[in-house]
Design a protein around this ligand. Sequence first.
Ligand SMILES: *[C@@H]1O[C@H](CO)[C@@H](O)[C@H](O)[C@H]1NC(C)=O
Ligand SMILES: *[C@@H]1O[C@H](CO)[C@@H](O)[C@H](O)[C@H]1NC(C)=O
Ligand SMILES: *[C@@H]1O[C@H](CO)[C@@H](O)[C@H](O)[C@H]1NC(C)=O
Ligand SMILES: *[C@@H]1O[C@H](CO)[C@@H](O)[C@H](O)[C@H]1NC(C)=O
Ligand SMILES: *[C@@H]1O[C@H](CO)[C@@H](O)[C@H](O)[C@H]1NC(C)=O
Ligand SMILES: *[C@@H]1O[C@H](CO)[C@@H](O)[C@H](O)[C@H]1NC(C)=O
Ligand SMILES: *[C@@H]1O[C@H](CO)[C@@H](O)[C@H](O)[C@H]1NC(C)=O
Ligand SMILES: *[C@@H]1O[C@H](CO)[C@@H](O)[C@H](O)[C@H]1NC(C)=O
Ligand SMILES: *[C@@H]1O[C@H](CO)[C@@H](O)[C@H](O)[C@H]1NC(C)=O
Ligand SMILES: *[C@@H]1O[C@H](CO)[C@@H](O)[C@H](O)[C@H]1NC(C)=O
Ligand SMILES: *[C@@H]1O[C@H](CO)[C@@H](O)[C@H](O)[C@H]1NC(C)=O
Ligand SMILES: *[C@@H]1O[C@H](CO)[C@@H](O)[C@H](O)[C@H]1NC(C)=O
Length: 850
Amino acid sequence: MKERNWVALVLAVVLLKFLGYRIQASFTPADNYLIACGSSQNVTFQGRTFVPDSRHSSLSLKSGSSFVASSNSSVPSPIYKSARIFSGIASYKFHIKQEGRLWVRLYFYPLPKSGQNLTSSPITVVTDDIVLLNNFTFKNYNGSFLFKEYAISVTSNTLTLTFIPSNNSLSFVNAIEVVSIPDAVLPDRALSGLNPSASISGLSSSGLSEFAMETVYRLNMGGPLITAQNDTLGRTWENDVKYLHVNSSALNVSVNPASIKYTASITAETAPNWVYATAEAMGDANVPGMNFNVTWVFPVDPNFQYFVRAHFCDILSQSLNILVFNLYINDDIAYASLDLSTLTGGLNVPYYKDFVSNSSAESDTLTVSIGPDSMADTTNATLNGLEILKLSNDAGSLDGLSSVKNLLPRSSSRKNNIGMIIGCLAGAVALVMALIGFCFCCLASSKSKTTHQGHHPWLPLPLYGNSLTMTKMSTTSQKSGTASCISLASSSLGRFFSFQEILDATNKFDESLLLGVGGFGRVYKGTLEDGTKVAVKRGNPGSEQGLAEFRTEIEMLSKLRHRHLVSLIGYCDERSEMVLVYEYMANGPLRSHLYGTNLPPLSWKQRLEICIGAARGLHYLHTGAAQSIIHRDVKTTNILLDENFVAKVADFGLSKTGPALDQTHVSTAVKGSFGYLDPEYFRRQQLTEKSDVYSFGVVLMEVLCTRPALNPVLPREQVNIAEWAMSWQKKGMLDQIMDSNLVGKVNPASLKKYGETAEKCLAEHGIDRPTMGDVLWNLEYALQLEETSSALMEPDDNSTNHIPSIHLAPLEPFDISVSMINGGNSGTDDDAEDAATSAVFSQLVNPRGR
Ligand SMILES: *[C@@H]1O[C@H](CO)[C@@H](O)[C@H](O)[C@H]1NC(C)=O
Ligand SMILES: *[C@@H]1O[C@H](CO)[C@@H](O)[C@H](O)[C@H]1NC(C)=O
Ligand SMILES: *[C@@H]1O[C@H](CO)[C@@H](O)[C@H](O)[C@H]1NC(C)=O
Ligand SMILES: *[C@@H]1O[C@H](CO)[C@@H](O)[C@H](O)[C@H]1NC(C)=O
Ligand SMILES: *[C@@H]1O[C@H](CO)[C@@H](O)[C@H](O)[C@H]1NC(C)=O
Ligand SMILES: *[C@@H]1O[C@H](CO)[C@@H](O)[C@H](O)[C@H]1NC(C)=O
Ligand SMILES: *[C@@H]1O[C@H](CO)[C@@H](O)[C@H](O)[C@H]1NC(C)=O
Ligand SMILES: *[C@@H]1O[C@H](CO)[C@@H](O)[C@H](O)[C@H]1NC(C)=O
Ligand SMILES: *[C@@H]1O[C@H](CO)[C@@H](O)[C@H](O)[C@H]1NC(C)=O
Ligand SMILES: *[C@@H]1O[C@H](CO)[C@@H](O)[C@H](O)[C@H]1NC(C)=O
Ligand SMILES: *[C@@H]1O[C@H](CO)[C@@H](O)[C@H](O)[C@H]1NC(C)=O
Ligand SMILES: *[C@@H]1O[C@H](CO)[C@@H](O)[C@H](O)[C@H]1NC(C)=O
């Protein structure tokens, strides 16, 4: 079994690499328990075999008193033929091979002839930390059977499902499924009611994984019921008609399911092609002008928040860019002017978007509407599928306000109490240690200030002169009476801006100053009162998900200061706003200078200098700090250019500190951008600096070939730039596919060195890839080759930005270009750094790590 999983994984990766975006390998769950409780034989249900609980080897049932019941009389479906009935607290313990999200599906049917009156038995089910079902009885329920589906996160190697009967009563269950969910299906992040980012949803930032979820609705719009056997993840999708607010407002449309074109990020695991092949479109509601919304109304428990995923696929249109419409959730605009063609690049290409929402203000319902966009050419709208999942509340419950601890009798929660005491003790010890550590840091800080050894990047130092603005955090730490070095440390997260200052700087977030929209929010150009131009990134208001990213970015950036990293000037967290203020980068993202705009093409030398700059920034991240930092989202849109075309690495929202000394990797859920994702990271979920090196290799190829990392429109072998460029590089014919603007203007030796460097970065195994230091060295070499040749051939080089002229000598890239701002001398570090750099260049003879 284990072997088979491994093979499946490798196969999936091979497919990903060779077919580019066309991955459709079916998913094999690492954990796959299908249990028919109390049965004496296997039960086949919806094409799957459920095994009796008494026969299951890696499952244990702990229970004082349980017995089985079965029935031959008519039951709703074969899975309900048997049940296990508990008269005391009972648990099923599952051994879990792969941590992460799991489906837990529970089947209940009060067997009529069991000898017991199960209809009135209250059912309470909890996992180790989540309440799934609390005091449910069939007495007050309209249906004859109950099916529940949950998605819970498991971070240990066991999962315990405990059934708690109330006083002298019974509890029961008919069948249980515990099945792994692929990471990509339920992301860590969703939007809450604002215009979404361009990044692929589910592949950025964090937040949702903390919640357990319960599926409340899963609909196949305009299509038939899809049961577990027709869904690779065993999900059930029902028709939507009974939730339609106005019957005739919607009209079902369908195409052949085989014509659905899955992509790298959206596969049959996201939803079966039957879901995307049918849809509801706008019908005839007898409304003049055909201007109306199609609305679905869902009864929900108003005490919870809901994760809403809307699935789209343009199966209506005859040509691109005709269908533009709006999506509303609870009367709020969730996605305005949704233009599927732009998002997907084609017809019949699936797409989905995630949101988090409450029930609507005063009723117990959640409504979802689609309606035409007033700016669109045609009046129509479409929705293919809809999933609504309840999110667990603060008590860790999906049903009621009691937590697991409240529901379990005291004797069994005692262990937890002991655990808590130990936890508190450990916490106290850690706190004391941290205090000592901080004081130590402060001492070290004053020392490094006096000696000007910029080698302690962990020291958070004020970025803006000597601003020691008190933030909320520092005030609380002062209140608690801890040493003053803490308030100093936490106040140095940069300058604190008031929200009014931000409003003034951006002319109240004037849309004409919008620079771009990213994963975290919108970015505006701003001007501070002293005339400094800045970029102001405003987090989506009210988005809990952005908060973690906001913190990461502040914490990372305030520790780092480097000529080739975009600097954080300050931030604002007033009025529940999350605003980050950065230095302004006049020339925008590197990508816009490569393709997709009318900007003049960059010369080969400029490209090399930009790549060298970015490589320096990354090299500093990897080696400049006490603990290395992995960027995780290296791509051409995250490399920004200032007015002199100096490249700076931006967007640290996903960054992670690298492995500690005794480890070789960080284990983490795969995040990043498709096309740049290290296949080894994808396969093993182990993050190292070499994952950034791979992504940087993709950037190098993109810079040379001026085309996107993934372009699904191209013939299959060209879709993925890493694959395609590597095949030409291996033939030594990279010049055949490079930007036509460069043809004849590149020194062949320089190109050769560049190609070899990119090739090494894109090596299959991280261990075979060079460090960023080596990459930097090689790119410098390529620049040397270019400069020597252009000095001979075309002396009137019009490039605007020069790396200080260096003569060919092996160099040690490790200690250069690390510069910390010390107190007040923030303005002049560039010159100082360049001087230091040349000095280091001329001194060093032997490069380390080559
Ligand atoms: C029940 O199903 C399991 C797993 O599919 C299989 O190994 C076993 O042989 C089956 N038992 C019977 C009696 O069919
Ligand atoms: C129920 O059905 C099984 C097989 O279908 C049979 O062996 C058993 O005798 C039946 N039991 C009753 C009570 O009818
Ligand atoms: C089971 O209990 C419910 C409620 O107490 C009652 O309405 C129902 O008639 C009972 N059924 C049987 C078969 O006793
Ligand atoms: C469980 O629900 C019943 C009604 O269905 C109610 O009488 C009882 O008090 C509830 N028990 C708890 C512990 O909430
Ligand atoms: C149960 O069904 C009855 C009659 O069909 C209906 O009036 C009632 O609202 C339903 N209750 C629920 C909770 O759906
Ligand atoms: C459970 O038992 C306690 C005491 O034994 C009693 O006070 C309570 O009312 C019982 N609850 C139910 C739902 O029967
Ligand atoms: C679509 O609508 C037509 C007519 O309203 C109906 O006959 C057909 O069954 C519907 N198809 C599905 C899949 O609901
Ligand atoms: C579901 O799967 C079954 C068996 O594989 C097939 O016969 C049926 O046509 C499928 N139905 C749909 C809606 O795909
Ligand atoms: C909605 O349409 C369905 C099928 O066309 C019909 O059975 C149902 O009665 C209609 N409901 C209402 C409220 O008009
Ligand atoms: C929307 O598109 C469908 C399918 O092309 C069409 O049948 C329907 O009439 C259109 N609705 C409107 C309001 O134009
Ligand atoms: C559609 O619904 C939204 C939200 O309720 C509303 O603002 C908008 O005016 C509606 N559009 C039409 C055409 O009724
Ligand atoms: C949504 O619910 C959460 C928790 O109940 C609450 O804090 C928040 O204010 C609600 N938001 C809205 C817009 O109602």
